[in-house]
Design a protein around this ligand. Structure first.
Ligand SMILES: NC(=O)c1ccc[n+]([C@@H]2O[C@H](COP(=O)([O-])OP(=O)(O)OC[C@H]3O[C@@H](n4cnc5c(N)ncnc54)[C@H](OP(=O)(O)O)[C@@H]3O)[C@@H](O)[C@H]2O)c1
Length: 294
């Protein structure tokens, strides 16, 4: 695959634009000037997709203020409130407000931030509310953001989705190993992956990894040794691994500043990296950041 096509599969994650977020983030919420620099750099590299969420603090309004009409914007709908009565109006209202904040008249995608809502009593109404917005031309694609591939079976037994976003990285290969990468691709679902740097943990030197991660000392030793052996940077390997899975349509990267973004673009080469099997890890305490003691 050509280098240009590789870069075009990168999408910009924006949680850091709206919240002070991430274990590796030393700079706090990304400033508006920095967002503008990131966008300029993205534009020069034909990167055109943004991943945001209604739940990411003031990310949507800041994106709107900077100007995102030239971007394909994907946002996420939060969990339905427990007390909800009129699902259709609630969904329409939430999406319209999101579009107002973003200052766009169309969304490239809307993902459910809590897809299990589709399996509850309001599931069919939720799905048809989104389908209606799609028919009206306000949104192009609908989908779900999942934390684990086990969520996909129940969802796909009831609904078809245009996009699935899931975590995927050199340690967390569940999407591929579960067979869902093939299944989703075969049925024409767009596959977006996130957490390719596991919040930046995979890019840290051994001395910078917090004490809580020493439990996996042997795994880190194998990782550090192998990196030395192949003479690649962790950034090159993390990106090379996910980009070499050609069924993945978008690789969402989180950046705290434009330097990170430039480093990512420089490390995005048309190389296929064969990662040793013994670097894969299914321990949820490590691969699911929601379980870290932060
Ligand atoms: N050169 C460098 O040092 C360099 C370069 C690039 C990036 N980085 C670091 O890498 C970080 C980005 O890493 P990444 O791209 O792999 O993204 P990530 O932060 O691992 O993942 C992004 C998404 O995963 C979900 N997630 C992550 N942690 C979670 C938690 N504790 N609880 C629940 N959900 C969680 C969140 O989705 P939801 O909340 O939407 O569910 C979040 O939007 C940057 O912030 C930066 O610090 C460093």
């Amino acid at each position: 695959m050509k280098l240009s096509n590789m870069k075009n599969r990168i999408a910009v994650g924006t949680v850091q634009f709206g919240l002070d977020y991430g274990i590796a983030n030393k700079y706090g919420q990304v400033s508006v000037d920095e967002i503008e620099d990131i966008f300029e750099c993205a534009k020069k590299n034909s990167i055109d997709t943004l991943d945001t969420a209604i739940g990411y603090g003031d990310s949507e309004s800041r994106l709107g203020a900077v100007g995102v009409t030239q971007w394909n914007v994907i946002t996420k709908l939060p969990a339905l409130p427990d007390s909800i009565i009129d699902v259709k109006s609630w969904v329409r209202d939430a999406i319209k407000k999101s579009m107002l904040r973003l200052q766009v008249d169309q969304l490239s995608g809307v993902l459910l931030h809590r897809p299990s809502d589709l399996l509850d009593k309001h599931g069919d109404r939720l799905y048809s509310a989104l389908e209606e917005l799609k028919c009206d031309g306000l949104i192009e694609k609908i989908g779900a953001s999942v934390y684990a591939p086990e969520e996909l079976g129940p969802l796909y037994s009831r609904y078809n989705l245009d996009i699935i976003q899931a975590p995927f990285n050199i340690l967390d290969r569940r999407l591929k190993e579960s067979g869902w990468l093939d299944r989703l691709s075969n049925q024409g679902t767009e596959i977006h992956v996130r957490s390719v740097f596991l919040q930046g943990l995979l890019l840290m030197s051994s001395q910078d990894r917090a004490g809580q991660f020493r439990r996996w000392e042997q795994l880190w030793a194998r990782w550090d040794d192998w990196l030395n052996e192949v003479e690649l940077t962790p950034l090159q390997v993390c990106l090379g691994y996910v980009l070499s899975e050609l069924q993945i349509n978008k690789v969402i990267v989180g950046v705290d500043n434009v330097e990170h973004f430039r480093e990512i673009l420089n490390a995005t080469k048309d190389i296929i990296v064969k990662i040793p099997d013994n670097l894969s890890c299914n321990d949820l305490d490590l691969i699911n950041p929601a379980r870290w003691n932060l």
